[in-house]
Design a protein around this ligand. Structure first.
Ligand SMILES: [Zn+2]
Length: 457
């Protein structure tokens, strides 16, 4: 089954690093963009549906490189609402996450993916953490299953916390951190069952200790990076979201946080870090030299009062900057489009209007994320995976925008995704999810949330 998308208002095309805003038709065949051109004719030999993209602009699907799908059921928890990162972690994720049962984890992941897809996302890297010595395999399994059922392109960043010392979150719940052997054994099994290393992969496993500075002794970090590199798995963690990382690295190791990452074999083209809000010039230089990537999560950084990441400076130095939503417990909108809109505004406020264009943040939100995850998606080019999003631009909020291709990022939410294709399959058609009963998802969530909260309190 193939598709021919015709009559679009305009399309984000990327060629040799330059973005063109051309009107054009796109043919999808077997999950791949097979043809791009004007006035393409429907195939007479193959089964092909024609999609009318009149009054739509076409974007490459967004690639979210940092999320926590378990947090979709932890939005707006009152005790964490006006707290910075440290106190918020204790009041929200650590308090609730380890008690989430598998059926609620499945619904939470589905909700998070629904939110992401409806905002224009087609790939999600989920940092699934808070494993402990007795964590049921069913929890991680629920997230893999939700991704498969939603049809999203998915990377599971397998969190871990093997530090035996002062893990506050673990201590407060009286649970034991995992042993390194358990982490490696579990990842070996998951890799054999789920991981596909191909550039068109729908499922990838990444190695992702929860916090590079706080979650593992240095020897464990080295073992984890060697495991990842032996199996060619990408590597991910939180780093420098707040000053505490730098202070702890200096106190415990007498070097900066990024120097500690270097000594722990955690820098390189196969590594990306979420946040890096507090990265200084010295840190950026090392990260850029080693081609380490980053995930910019502006909404969460604003919500927790952490600051504004120097994403523009990192991009200028040659780092691969990508975009992430982070968990919905600190980024309640759950929207990649909001992240791009906010990144565009915040980075301009810091660096000047001429420096950060809409094209630039679209590149961060699509092509760069795909590069970090090792996927052939994020660009509208022949041979790339057919992960495409069509936004309507004839609605009152946007119909008067002069350059309509820029409207989704410039105007921000709410924007209507009219069609969404992932791996060449229609996930949203004429504004409706093709496989998801959203009313049932909501009622199931409300029912399970009531039971969950009654048990917690
Ligand atoms: Zn995070």
């Amino acid at each position: 089954m193939g598709y021919l998308i015709k009559n679009a208002d305009s399309v984000y095309l990327t060629n040799q690093g330059k973005t063109g805003h051309l009107s054009t038709d796109i043919r999808i065949r077997e999950g791949i963009i097979s043809e791009i051109g004007t006035n393409l004719r429907p195939s007479v030999n193959e089964t092909e549906s024609v999609i009318d993209a009149s009054n739509c602009v076409i974007y490459p699907g967004f690639v979210n490189t940092h999320h926590h799908l378990a947090q979709s059921v932890l939005k707006g928890v009152p005790e964490g609402l006006n707290k910075g990162l440290g106190e918020w972690l204790a009041a929200v994720p650590y308090r609730f996450w380890p008690k989430i049962p598998p059926n609620l984890m499945y619904l939470s992941a589905k909700l998070g993916l629904y939110e992401l897809i409806r905002s224009g996302t087609t790939t999600c890297a989920d940092h699934h953490y808070l494993y402990h010595e007795n964590t049921s395999d069913e929890l991680e399994q629920a997230v893999w299953q939700a991704a498969e059922d939603m049809g999203v392109r998915f990377s599971l960043c397998r969190g871990s916390a093997t530090a035996t010392g002062n893990h506050k979150g673990m201590k407060s719940l009286n649970i034991q951190p995992e042993s390194l052997d358990r982490v490696l054994d579990k990842m070996t099994i998951t890799r054999s069952q789920q991981h596909d290393s191909s550039p068109y992969s729908m499922k990838k496993l990444c190695v992702a200790p929860t916090s590079l500075i706080h979650s593992a002794p240095q020897n464990d970090l080295i073992e984890l990076s060697r495991f990842a590199r032996k199996h060619k798995l990408k590597m991910h963690s939180h780093l420098l979201e707040v000053e505490f990382d730098q202070a702890q690295a200096k106190l415990n190791h007498q070097i900066s946080a990024v120097e500690y990452a270097a000594n722990s074999e955690w820098l390189g083209e196969d590594v990306w870090f979420a946040h890096l809000v507090k990265a200084d010039q010295a840190a950026i230089s090392i990260l850029a030299e080693t081609k380490t990537g980053m995930s910019h999560c502006p909404t969460s950084n604003c919500r927790l009062g952490s600051g504004i990441s120097p994403a523009y400076q990192m991009d200028e130095k040659g780092m691969t900057v990508s975009m992430g939503v982070d968990g919905s417990a600190s980024s309640e909108s759950g929207s990649m489009l909001q992240e791009l809109n906010l990144a565009w505004l915040l980075q301009r406020s810091q660096n000047g209007a001429e420096r950060v264009t809409v094209d630039k943040v679209v590149q961060w939100g699509s092509e760069n994320g795909a590069k970090i995850l090792g996927l052939k998606t994020g660009k509208i080019e022949i041979g790339y995976a057919a992960d495409l999003v069509l936004y309507r631009v004839d609605e009152p909020r946007v119909c008067t925008v002069h350059e309509r291709l820029l409207a989704p990022v410039m105007c921000g939410e709410p924007m209507k995704v009219y069609h969404s294709f992932i791996n060449g399959k229609p996930i949203i058609t004429k504004g409706e999810f093709t496989q998801l009963d959203t009313e049932k998802l909501c009622s199931d969530l409300q029912q399970e949330m009531t039971k969950f909260l009654a048990q917690i309190i």
